[in-house]
Design a binder for this molecule. Structure first.
Ligand SMILES: [Cu+2]
Length: 373
């Protein structure tokens, strides 16, 4: 869904749909042996690290070409992968000028050489093609567990851009829209959302990944002692709070009865379709702290019914291009704080959701419903 408004209409951004204003939807897929269909399986490994494939598609096609008028090219990027985070760049490292994030335009273009893109996340970038030289949009290697295998272990071309002789008419403005300053979080209602993975799921899922693909699949856990990594209490007491599940890892291999379908939780509870977790007052600003302390997984967290501002992301101030309107925030082993406000009523029958956007985490419980009144 694309929204245009008065402010966006006044800017002379590229807007020839499908020519110099192009959506790029990236998805990794795994096909069955015959290559005839997507081979989707949810098992304990996928529930822990997410489903991933070895075939990369852009708008449903492997490595398509796109001919563009010469000048400014606007790319509306969406990471449509189930679980894989991407790291977008131009093959010749020409700058990407980020003009918009999930929820709208930024105050001004932000030039980046590469752009990390979480599952479910969107950014709009402008690229200068006036030199007429062809180049690729690529995804660079990431350290996320399970996502380091070939062909993702080196820059992987996603789409080839071929500038034509005709000239484009769009421009890169110096200023985009007025972005209100981030309000103070002082005195606001603060909600704590603790993302949790059962130790059995964490342990057995990572072991299954290692058994199947070897050390090279372990990403940022490579070379670490996996056993009991989630037991380390580096970041305070919440790291240990995995609920009342037994912590005996010697059970590994004999716990066939363990049901991973509710192995992912928020504040100790797996998703309940009929029972919202809390109610938020209509139109009131709140500070939500989402914590991923206690596991080694990336959690791209998404909140419905709002566009928020990021106060801190994994303990750091947000990067400039992540400081605008967002509905996705990275939670990667530590805490992220966002300022949210909900301007529409949501009753229990039509509750809003907040969830990890790694789809297999969400589908195995890492989601909550909430009402607004
Ligand atoms: Cu997650």
């Amino acid at each position: 869904m694309l929204l245009e408004d008065e402010a966006s209409g006044k800017l002379r951004l590229p807007m020839q749909w499908g020519e110099d204003d192009v959506p790029l939807i990236f998805q990794d897929k795994q096909l069955n042996k015959a290559g005839s269909r997507i081979d989707y399986q949810l098992d304990i490994m996928r529930a822990a690290v997410g489903w991933f494939g070895d075939l990369m598609l852009t708008n449903g096609v492997a490595y398509p070409q796109h001919a563009v008028p010469r000048g400014w090219l606007r790319l509306r990027l969406l990471n449509g992968c189930n679980a894989r985070s991407l790291h977008i760049a131009a093959s010749d490292r020409r700058p990407l000028y980020v003009v918009g994030s999930d929820g709208g335009l930024l105050a001004e273009p932000i030039s980046v050489e590469s752009l990390p893109l979480l599952p479910g996340e969107r950014f709009e970038v402008l690229v200068d093609t006036s030199d007429g030289k062809p180049f690729d949009i690529v995804t660079l290697p990431v350290t996320q567990m399970g996502m380091t295998l070939a062909p993702f272990d080196q820059p992987l071309p996603l789409v080839q851009i071929l500038p034509l002789r005709v000239m484009a008419s769009g421009t890169l403005p110096d200023k985009l829209v007025d972005l209100p300053p981030v309000p103070s979080a002082e005195g606001l209602q603060n909600r704590w959302l603790q993302l949790m993975m059962d130790p059995q799921l964490d342990q057995q899922g990572m072991q299954a990944l290692k058994d199947r693909y070897g050390d090279k699949a372990m990403g940022n856990m490579q070379g670490h002692d996996m056993k009991g990594h989630d037991m380390k209490d580096e970041h305070g007491s919440m790291a240990m709070d995995h609920g009342s599940m037994p912590m005996d890892h010697s059970q590994h291999g004999k716990t066939a009865a363990y049901d991973f379908h509710n192995g992912n939780k928020i504040n100790g509870q797996a998703f309940n379709m009929t029972k919202p977790m809390f109610d938020v007052p209509l139109g009131k600003l709140e500070k939500w702290t989402i914590s991923g302390e206690g596991d080694a997984m990336l959690h791209p967290f998404h909140i419905h019914g709002t566009q928020f501002r990021i106060l801190s992301e994994n303990g750091k101030p947000p990067a400039p291009h992540r400081a605008g309107w967002k509905d996705m925030v990275s939670v990667d082993g530590w805490r992220s704080e966002v300022l949210v406000r909900f301007n529409y009523v949501a009753n229990a029958d039509n509750a809003y959701m907040a969830h990890c956007h790694l789809l297999e985490h969400e589908d195995t419980g890492m989601m909550l419903g909430f009402t607004v009144s």
